[in-house]
Each structure stands twice: as C-alpha cells, then as structure tokens.
Design a protein around this ligand. Structure first.
Ligand code: HEC
Length: 165
C-alpha cells in the first residue's frame, strides 16, 4: 500500500512537472511574438543555399510560364541552341564547369527564373537573391547570349527533358 502511494505521488509529481514545463514553453513562445522589433533579423542576413530549391521567379520578362508535357520537338530545338551558346560554361550533369551543373535545375528553380536567367542575367545577378549569391560564389558573371524568347523556352524544354531522364 505504501509503495502504491509512493508511485502515485511520483506520478503526480511528473504530471505537474509536465504541466509546468508546458506553461513555461507556452510563455516563452508568447513572449517571443511580443518581443520588440529590434530582435528581428534584417532580411539581408538570411542565408541563401544556392543548391536548395527556390520558388523565386526572378526578374525579367517572364512572370508566368505555363508547362505541359515535355515536347520533344521543342527540346531538340533547345538542344541545338544549348550546344552552341551554353556548353562553353555549363554541363548537363551535376558537375560545375564555369557555371553550375544544370542537372535537376528544373527542380531547383521555377521555369520563369530559368528563362529570366537565360535572357536577363545581368539584372538577375544584381537583384535576384539566388542569382546574386551564385555570382558571389563563382565570381564569373553568366554571359548574356542574346537568346530570344522562343529559344529560351526551347532551352527550358531541353533542360526539363534532361531532368526527366
Ligand atoms: C560565360 C559562361 C556562361 C555562359 C556562356 C552561360 N552561362 Fe549560365 N551561368 C554561368 C555562371 C557563372 C552562372 C552562375 C551565376 C553567375 O555567376 O553569374 C550561371 C548560372 C546559370 C543558371 C542558374 C544555375 C543554378 O544553379 O541556379 C542557369 C539556369 C544557366 N546559367 C543557364 C544557362 C544557359 C541555358 C546558357 C546558354 C543560353 C548559359 N547559362 C550560358 C555562366 C555561363
């Protein structure tokens, strides 16, 4: 009977400890939200991982690119442009060359971002946080190859096809 009481008391103690810590926890959370604004980190301090996926659309002409099933004819046209204008700096594998390897680029970046990077690299490097960070890491600017909208779209198709393999 005594032992039984002892374990009952222990159980009660554990219970009240749990309640107390929950209260402390809630209190800590509550006080965080009401903390003075001096505590919030400035946006510039956010660390960008260039290998991680980003949902940025970038800056440039492309704000809304609709995707359908991969069109092999478009991808072939894109492949031809890629061979003359992009292979000097990019591989289609994950390996870095002058620029980053482009394998899985269509999972890391939005279609809009990719097409804006292809057609508007100077502004992207200056103003888009991800492109800016890539440039800071590589220190070579992505060249503007004067790619028109159609070719940019075809290259995107080729990159999608490359990523779907
Ligand atoms: C002179 C070398 C060079 C050429 C040519 C070039 N790029 Fe780039 N590219 C880069 C560099 C370097 C970066 C990284 C950003 C920076 O440093 O400016 C980059 C970044 C990129 C990115 C973003 C990669 C990532 O991981 O987010 C894409 C997509 C891209 N380039 C596609 C292309 C395509 C498509 C072409 C051909 C139309 C091309 N590039 C031509 C050098 C080049």
């Amino acid at each position: 009977m005594k032992n039984h009481l002892k374990s009952f008391n222990l159980m009660m103690a554990a219970k009240s400890l749990a309640v107390t810590s929950a209260i402390i926890f809630l209190h800590a959370c509550g006080s965080k939200t009401s903390a003075p604004s001096t505590e919030t980190a400035p946006a510039a301090n956010i660390v960008i991982d260039t290998k991680a996926a980003s949902d940025s659309k970038g800056v440039g002409k492309f704000t809304d690119v609709a995707l359908a099933a991969i069109d092999p004819a478009k991808a072939d046209l894109g492949k031809a442009v890629f061979a003359t204008k992009c292979t000097t700096c990019h591989k289609l594998t994950a390996d870095k060359f002058v620029g980053p390897g482009l394998l899985k680029i269509t999972s890391r970046r939005t279609p809009e971002w990719i097409m804006n990077m292809i057609t508007n690299p100077e502004e992207m490097i200056k103003t888009d946080p991800v492109a800016k960070k890539l440039f800071e890491e590589i220190l070579t600017p992505m060249a503007n190859q004067n790619i028109n909208e159609t070719d940019a779209r075809n290259i995107l198709e080729y990159l999608r096809q490359n990523d779907s393999k």
